[in-house]
Design a binder for this molecule. Structure first.
Ligand code: YK8
Length: 177
């Protein structure tokens, strides 16, 4: 995978996990900013292997004349059992976009690592990869890869660049907890 985010945030690892991976009001606001609508979440549930899973469904705004305006998406998240509350977390997310061209050929895999640095600081790392679900012709493959990378890059740039979003989150967190 490619490393898309690697930075220190001035919130605890715990808060970062809450922010990104629970059905909180922050998550909803965050999704608003990311132009993600109609989210629905299942609760985290332990599976046979001891990892926890949950499923998200939502619609994303794309606004790319080649691809379309919207797509529905399903995101399967796995929280690995090696995660230690407040210390480090690893979450894998498989994102399936259902209404884009060639949607049955690929999905996006995002790996999130949250590592505690101190009481009020953590590092967030996000790796992404485009995964193929069936044999794909070279031309189609490069089309998918190109469009996916630029989409993912765009999305994480928006997230990373957003110093005010970070500040916003911090303020909300301070007010709420
Ligand atoms: C998650 C990766 C690809 C997809 C999109 C599809 C191009 C299709 C190319 C065809 C639109 C929130 C993206 C960016 C949609 C958004 C996805 C998000 C940002 C024509 C061959 C949704 C993280 C995430 C992962 C993958 C992203 C899609 O939390 O280009």
């Amino acid at each position: 995978g490619r490393l898309f985010v690697n930075r220190i945030f001035h919130i605890s690892a715990n808060k970062m996990f809450e922010l990104l991976f629970t059905d909180s009001s922050f998550t909803h606001r965050f999704m608003d900013i990311r132009r993600i609508s109609n989210p629905s979440f299942t609760a985290w549930e332990k599976d046979d292997s001891g990892n926890e899973k949950r499923i998200l469904k939502y619609a994303i705004t794309i606004n790319n004349p080649l691809i379309g305006k919207f797509s529905t998406a399903t995101e399967n998240q796995t929280l690995y059992k090696e995660s230690r509350e407040g210390q480090h977390y690893r979450v894998d997310a498989e994102v399936y976009t259902h209404d884009v061209p060639y949607h049955d050929y690929f999905y996006t895999q995002n790996r999130y690592y949250i590592i505690s640095i101190s009481k009020r600081k953590c590092r967030l790392r996000v790796y992404s990869d485009v995964k193929y679900r069936k044999p794909t012709w070279g031309l189609v493959k490069s089309f998918i890869t190109k469009n996916s990378w630029s989409g993912i890059e765009d999305y994480f740039r928006q997230l990373g660049r957003a110093r005010n979003i970070k500040a916003d989150i911090a303020v909300t967190l301070i007010r709420r907890f």
